[in-house]
Design a binder for this molecule. Structure first.
Ligand code: NDP
Length: 253
């Protein structure tokens, strides 16, 4: 269906080499997009490309460290050199340092904010000149911590709350250029990130199960459909929106 067809489009996915990023990449590749897998870990990058290509998709990798401004800019430059266009940017790379707020160093605070929020701003800014040419889609990954807080997640929640407000501002700034900017808020998803969280936060696995109306943890493949929708012409009048993909977690009082 043309509304959901991504043939000929080029999508950069930061952190696309695993977890939620790869789930979204798989969806967009199946809809016809060429995927640029952009993570730090070369082995994970090539394994993800292999998986996408084995499933019949088009994909390549460009290594990036989103903590470095030059690396963010080089990612977009190299994408343009390799493919001549950039249609979709998914700002998905992210991490957390789980500590009580009083134990945070300033450097730790900045690492979380820079990995999750500043990186998304820098990649979006770098992508703007390319996207302006024929319109584009930016998909930012927030979290339940965009709307809730947790004692172990002060910096992470600040970064993910900021992601939602940045999404709205970019959406209003670039609507005139036919660039739509939206945010996805994942619930609790079974990935490497939350494997660590479950090791560090006692009782987390069961409390998530109990609190999630769908009565399960999410999986990366749950993000394939929403990524296609937000990357495709189907969402051309959707901008500045925040969409929870959480099995009902954020709807339960
Ligand atoms: P993963 O740990 O599986 O994925 C994180 C990805 O981010 C990896 O691909 C990693 O690549 C990349 N990454 C981290 N730091 C950098 C960096 N400095 N430069 C480049 N890439 C980087 O976790 P998830 O899939 O769970 O997380 C993906 C996104 O979803 C994150 O933004 C996370 O905050 C968000 N999220 C996850 C939830 C969950 O329950 N899992 C819930 C809500 C939000 P590499 O290893 O190569 O560095």
């Amino acid at each position: 269906m043309q509304l959901f067809d991504l043939s000929g489009r080029v999508a950069v996915v930061t952190g696309g080499n695993g977890g939620i990023g790869l789930g979204m990449a798989k969806g967009m590749a199946a809809a016809g997009a060429t995927i640029v897998v952009a993570g730090r870990d070369a082995a994970k990058n090539s394994a993800a490309v292999k998986e996408l290509v084995a499933a019949g998709g088009k994909a390549g990798a460009i290594p990036v460290d989103v903590l470095e401004e030059d690396s963010c800019r080089a990612l977009i430059d190299q994408t343009m050199k390799a493919h001549g266009r950039l249609d979709i940017l998914v700002n998905n790379a992210g991490m957390s340092i789980r500590k009580q707020p009083e134990q945070y160093t300033r450097a730790e605070w900045h690492t979380v904010l820079d990995s999750n929020l500043t990186s998304a701003f820098l990649c979006s800014q770098a992508a703007y000149p390319a996207m302006k040419q024929r319109g584009g889609k930016i998909i930012n990954i927030g979290s339940m911590m965009s709307i809730f807080g947790a004692p172990f997640a002060t910096a992470y929640a600040a970064s993910k709350g900021g992601m939602v407000q940045m999404t709205k501002s970019l959406a209003t700034a670039w609507a005139k250029d036919n660039i739509q900017v939206n945010a996805i808020l994942p619930g609790w998803i079974d990935t490497a990130l939350t494997k660590r969280a479950r090791e560090q936060v006692q009782g987390l696995h069961d409390s998530v199960l109990k609190r999630t109306p769908a009565a399960r943890w999410g999986v990366p493949d749950d993000f394939a459909g929403i990524a296609v929708f937000l990357a495709a012409p189907a969402s051309d009048f959707v901008t500045g929106a925040t969409i929870a993909v959480d099995g009902g977690y954020s709807s339960l009082a």
